[in-house]
Write a protein that binds this ligand. Structure first.
Ligand SMILES: O=C(O)CCC(=O)C(=O)O
Ligand SMILES: [Fe+2]
Length: 336
């Protein structure tokens, strides 16, 4: 489970033979665990340092500034700031527990950034004089992540033995998002009594997710598909990028790759005394998504008469709206 990170240079700088071997290992890891860690992916250390510094600047602003770019609950893709607890990831999960969503709280605030040139669901930005250079840094980071994601998708296409471009061609125009997650410090007892999670078990909606985290810990992946058993992911070097399979790739591959169920709880190192305060935590997923009019049923390459498509063929946007709907209560969606 705790396999060392794979070296992405084996693809970007490797011989065809090295590329094939790397692709086979990556697919094997994704089949076994639904996630894999990679290094030498193209996001350099100074960029990662600056990303965490920049995101912290936004969350340190006075509340009224954050409210200027607040995302209002709707089924649409999120843009801008969502306050702690507004997004209820328990809605993606409560069906399994049978407990009402409102009893299961999320202890996270976040900021979402869609494609810089998105005209359908536009980004929300503060004036440049509030956080000089912030918007252009984040737009730049969004493009850098897109490059990494496309490169990883090339590897996945190779490892799955489908023609290059099979998946990549379904990703333009882009609909992907950078999400800046802030988990404020929280009493361990709030998590251990089962009422709150930093983020409840869920799968991501897109194709793959590229995830960077700080070293606080707490991220857990389901050990194997539908096992219900979660294993903590030890934090490696800060530049390790976690790649996980998300819903759309599971659907396109007709279940050959399964979306990785994950959550964020207290770090394993935490002594769970009543009064223990778990330190704040930061993470940045890049949610790599299909173009909005692409169909997200199984691709023909993964369907046979014996193995028909197990997924309904709706558009990526409809799928997004369906999943997004689950993270808000009806009252929120009615604007109350
Ligand atoms: O914070 C993390 O490590 C994971 C975040 C996550 O799963 C998400 O934002 O979808
Ligand atoms: Fe996630």
């Amino acid at each position: 489970m705790h396999a060392p990170a794979l070296d992405h240079y084996r693809f970007t700088r490797g011989t065809p033979k090295e590329q094939q071997a790397y692709a086979a290992e990556l697919i094997q890891a994704l089949k076994a665990h639904s996630f894999v860690k990679i290094v030498n992916h193209g996001l350099d250390d100074p960029t990662i340092e600056a990303l965490f510094t920049r995101m912290q600047q936004f969350f340190a602003l006075p509340r009224h500034r954050q409210q200027e770019v607040e995302h209002l609950a709707s089924d649409n893709p999120q843009r801008g700031w969502s306050a702690v607890g507004v997004e209820q990831t328990s809605g993606l999960y409560s069906r399994e527990t049978g407990r009402p969503v409102d009893e299961l709280k999320d202890a996270k605030e976040h900021y979402d950034i869609g494609p810089p040139d998105d005209t359908q669901f536009q980004n929300q930005w503060l004036n440049n004089d509030v956080l000089p250079g912030w918007q252009s840094f984040m737009e730049d980071y969004w493009y850098k992540c897109q490059d990494v994601a496309l490169s990883v998708i090339s590897v996945i296409e190779m490892g799955l033995n489908v023609p290059q471009g099979t998946i990549q061609d379904l990703c333009h125009p882009a609909a992907s998002e950078v999400r800046l997650n802030h988990y404020p410090a929280i009493h361990a007892s709030e998590i251990s009594d089962g009422s709150t999670a930093r983020i409840w078990p869920h799968t991501d909606f897109g194709i793959i997710t590229l995830l960077l985290t700080d070293d606080v810990g707490g991220l857990e992946f389901e050990e194997s598909h539908k096992s219900g058993k979660f294993l903590p992911i030890p934090q490696g070097a800060k530049n390790e990028l976690i790649i996980n399979v998300a819903d759309t790739l599971e659907r396109w591959t007709n279940g050959t790759l399964k979306a990785g169920m994950h959550r964020v709880m207290q770090p394993v190192s935490t002594h769970l005394g009543e009064k223990t305060l778990i330190q704040e935590r930061w993470s940045v997923p890049y949610l790599f998504k299909a173009r909005r009019d692409a169909l997200v049923g199984a691709l023909p390459e993964f369907v046979t008469p014996q193995v028909p498509s197990a997924y309904d063929s709706i558009t990526a946007l409809d799928f997004q709206l369906r999943r997004q709907h689950q993270v808000y209560s009806n009252a929120q969606l009615a604007g109350q």
